[in-house]
Design a protein around this ligand. Structure first.
Ligand code: ADP
Ligand code: MG
Length: 752
């Protein structure tokens, strides 16, 4: 699909995917906001604008300066609108970068002057928790933010009627419960969870607890309030609080040093630099706490070493941040608060920054006054009250006279152009003033461009410090994100040592754990001592949770070794030199490789490179070929990993013949994901237990997926009694091997 699209349409599709389907995407293209595909079809009728087609793609557009009125119409029709703007200047041969700069909804239309002045415009949210009903609402124009909790449904409805929010958020999970509410928009259930919400609120209000707000014991209300802040920040990409943030100064510095940066990059840099003293002071406090505070003091304390590492890390970050107050002050004094993207159109610098620039600007301004005076004089001289001096970029300044007054036009006017309503003239005096104005404007624009380059070069002299600072901040950002996640999701500090053990209690998959909504994530243990038990064969029906389990173990090890806390109640990780994975290969047809070929390449890489210190995760090898070949390969890979490489290995497979390996090899153990059968149905318990799976439950899973009964009832097994055809193609007779590996003469009937 993507190959046929132009780069710009690929950019469009990417942005389109990042917003909900019911939100219109207004895509800036030159002087227009364009809508495409389904958006265009719907919007053209809602907005009463023409629907056209380019290269077969339906589209419609509105002029950018009139956008607010059109957006208002879409909002009134109950829809949301994402506005995508150009975020870089056009450059030959390059596509303009674009990003969604805001999402506008009924509850958040403040900037658009679409509001009825005497009515507050509230964005609200409701959330039910423990039989209580929370309601929060905010008015973005005034900053008013309130929350309440009701003990019964009726009180909630009363409050809703009283406040009348223009837009109301409900948790996706509680959508049905609140189905009767008008204007309800369902939103990510996760954003309402009271734990997550109070964290978001504390962060937003820069406080350690919500006690001071008198709402610490109101989980339902907090859930609702937190979702509003989350929605504004993440869904609508608003900068709530205009939240004095450190911007991406690494990118800004990068662009500036490659001469592709603009004045906004310098402003980003300035805003970031201005935050540094505060940031550095915070880090200093942290440093003191680690050095003199509650850290471990006894030599035998296992946390002592970790604290040493923390201290070093904090020191490094502290030293990496350079405050550069002179640079910040210079940029602040020079640049306008919101300079344009373009570098050659002026408007970059503040008045007072440069005397020459001030002079040129005032000459241009004065010129405009002269034009005003000239118009008054000409009206007086000719007696034509409707006479106007106007400007366009083709003719410059001209005098416009309507048809009915053409008889009064003096001799010395020179006719330039006839229009529908009248005629346009110039005079020598007008052209003279025009020359002065345009000359001054052009010179001031050129001067601004020169001054910009100068300022950029001066700033870039500090590039080394800027880059060091940016990288220290990036490190800090990574570490604090890990810390925040650890706190929010109750991670534990793993214990790392030089053993070969892998011992995890209640391990969770860091992503699924947060994402599952309907069922709770079931934690699982892992126990490999690296000696007696180092290779686990994990069997169980499709969809049971095999892949999830082995990936979660790999992720926990990875997180532990990168210095993060891990999603478990405890974890002991014997250091791993590399993690090898063979999971879900996608066909790479462009390289002419089949799934099976990729799988074999990856497997070859593992057996050639893994060591006894490695962790190997194998997810279903041997699938893309005949049963016999597949099983044989899986079998011998498992043997080789166990006997020769001795790496800790988790091997998920639907070939439960492999469970026989445990009888022959002392370091191999069997695990399976427990399921329960109930009236022909299968219930997934998601619990890893020891032992091999006794059957595949393929039929049950197929039923679960909705395969018709006729297909499920058909007696297929009989057909499988014939020899495996692909095995005989090789021409080699297949015998029962010494290891007990199965042969072609006895196909694996239970594989169904
Ligand atoms: P398999 O590899 O056995 O076919 P998966 O690991 O792909 O199964 O898991 C299938 C689905 O089961 C996952 O997408 C997830 O929704 C759910 N699942 C897996 N493990 C768990 C778990 N521990 N707790 C809850 N749900 C799980
Ligand atoms: Mg799987």
């Amino acid at each position: 699909m993507a190959e046929g699209l132009t780069p710009m349409m690929q950019q469009y599709q990417r942005l389109r995917k990042s917003i909900p389907p019911d939100t219109f995407l207004l895509f800036r293209l030159g002087d227009f906001y364009e809508l495409f595909f389904e958006d265009a079809k719907e919007a053209s009728s809602l907005l009463n604008v023409a629907l056209t087609r380019r290269n077969g793609v339906p589209m419609c557009g509105v002029p950018y300066h009139a956008a607010p009125a059109y957006i208002a119409k879409l909002i009134k029709a109950g829809r949301r609108v994402a506005v995508c703007d150009q975020t870089s200047e056009a450059q030959p041969g390059k596509i303009v970068s674009r990003d969604i700069t805001q999402v506008i909804t009924a509850g958040t239309v403040s900037e658009l002057n679409l509001l009825e002045a005497n009515k507050a415009n509230y964005l609200g949210a409701v959330y039910a928790s423990d039989g209580l009903f929370g309601f929060a609402y905010a008015d973005l124009t005034t900053g008013e933010f309130r929350l309440m909790q009701a003990a019964d449904h009726q009180s909630l409805l009363d409050a809703l009627v009283r406040v009348g929010p223009a837009e109301l958020l409900v948790s996706e999970e509680q959508r049905e419960q609140f189905a009767a509410l008008e204007n309800a928009t369902s939103y990510d259930s996760y954003a309402f969870l009271p734990d997550q919400s109070s964290f978001v609120l504390c962060e937003h209000f820069k406080t350690k607890s919500l006690d001071g707000f008198g709402c610490a014991d109101m989980p339902a209300a907090i859930g609702a309030a937190g979702s509003i802040v989350h929605y504004l920040k993440h869904q609508l990409r608003r900068k709530v609080n205009q939240l004095k943030i450190i911007r991406d100064c690494e990118r800004a510095a990068g662009r500036l040093s490659q001469a592709s940066g603009n004045a906004r990059d310098l402003v980003s840099l300035r805003v970031s630099l201005e935050q540094l003293p505060k940031l550095r002071a915070e880090i200093r406090k942290l440093k003191e706490r680690v050095e003199y505070g509650t850290g471990a003091k006894e030599a035998g304390d296992p946390t002592a070493a970790t604290n040493g590492a923390h201290r070093k890390m904090i020191d490094r970050i502290h030293e990496g941040i350079h405050e550069m107050p002179e640079v910040a002050a210079k940029l602040a004094g020079a640049l306008a608060d919101e300079p344009p993207l373009a570098l050659k159109e002026g408007g970059i610098f503040r008045d007072g920054h440069n005397a020459d620039l001030d002079e040129l600007r005032s000459a241009a301004r004065e010129g405009k006054n002269w034009i005003g005076e000239l118009q008054e004089r000409e009206i007086a001289a000719t007696g034509i009250k409707s006479l106007k001096v106007r400007f366009n970029s083709v003719f410059g300044y001209f005098i416009e006279i309507t048809k009915s007054n053409l008889a009064e036009v003096p001799q010395h006017y020179t006719r330039k152009q006839t229009t529908v309503g009248g005629e346009r003239f110039i005079t020598p005096e007008l052209k003279d003033i025009e020359g002065k104005i345009l000359g001054a404007e052009e010179r001031s624009r050129n001067l601004e461009y020169q001054l910009f380059q100068q300022l950029r070069d001066e700033t870039l002299r500090e590039i080394q410090f800027i880059q060091e600072t940016a990288s220290a901040i990036a490190n800090l950002d990574a570490i604090t994100s890990l810390a925040e996640t650890a706190r929010l999701f109750h991670y534990c500090r793993p214990q790392l040592d030089e053993s070969l053990r892998l011992s995890i209690r209640d391990g969770r998959h860091p992503v699924l754990d947060q994402r599952l909504i309907e069922e709770k994530f079931v934690p699982n243990d892992t126990e490999l001592d690296g000696e007696k038990e180092r290779l686990a064969i994990i069997t169980g029906p499709n969809m049971a949770g095999k892949s999830t389990y082995i990936r979660q173990v790999a992720l926990i090890v990875l997180m532990a070794q990168m210095g993060s806390f891990v999603p478990a109640t405890s974890a002991q990780i014997g250091l791993v030199d590399r993690i090898f994975t063979r999971v879900g290969a996608n066909d790479d047809l462009s390289r002419g490789q089949s799934t099976f070929m990729i799988e074999m390449n990856e497997t070859a890489n593992i057996v050639n490179n893994a060591t006894a210190r490695s962790l190997v995760i194998l997810d279903e090898i041997g699938r893309g070929t005949s049963t016999f070949d597949g099983l044989s390969i899986a079998w011998s890979v498992a043997e080789f990993l166990h006997d020769t490489i001795k790496a800790r290995t988790l091997f998920a497979t639907h070939y439960h013949e492999l469970t026989k390996l445990a009888e022959q090899r002392k370091g191999i153990c069997n695990l399976n994901v427990a399921v329960r059968e109930w009236n022909d149905q299968i219930i997934f318990l998601r619990k890893i237990v020891s032992g091999g799976a006794d059957k595949s439950y393929g039929i049950q899973v197929a039923r679960l997926a909705g395969l018709p009964k006729e297909l499920l009832d058909r007696e297929i097994l009989a057909h499988m009694e014939q020899p495996d055809t692909s095995a005989s193609q090789t021409g080699k007779p297949r015998k029962k091997t010494k290891s007990g590996m199965p042969t072609a003469e006895k196909p694996q009937l239970d594989l169904l």
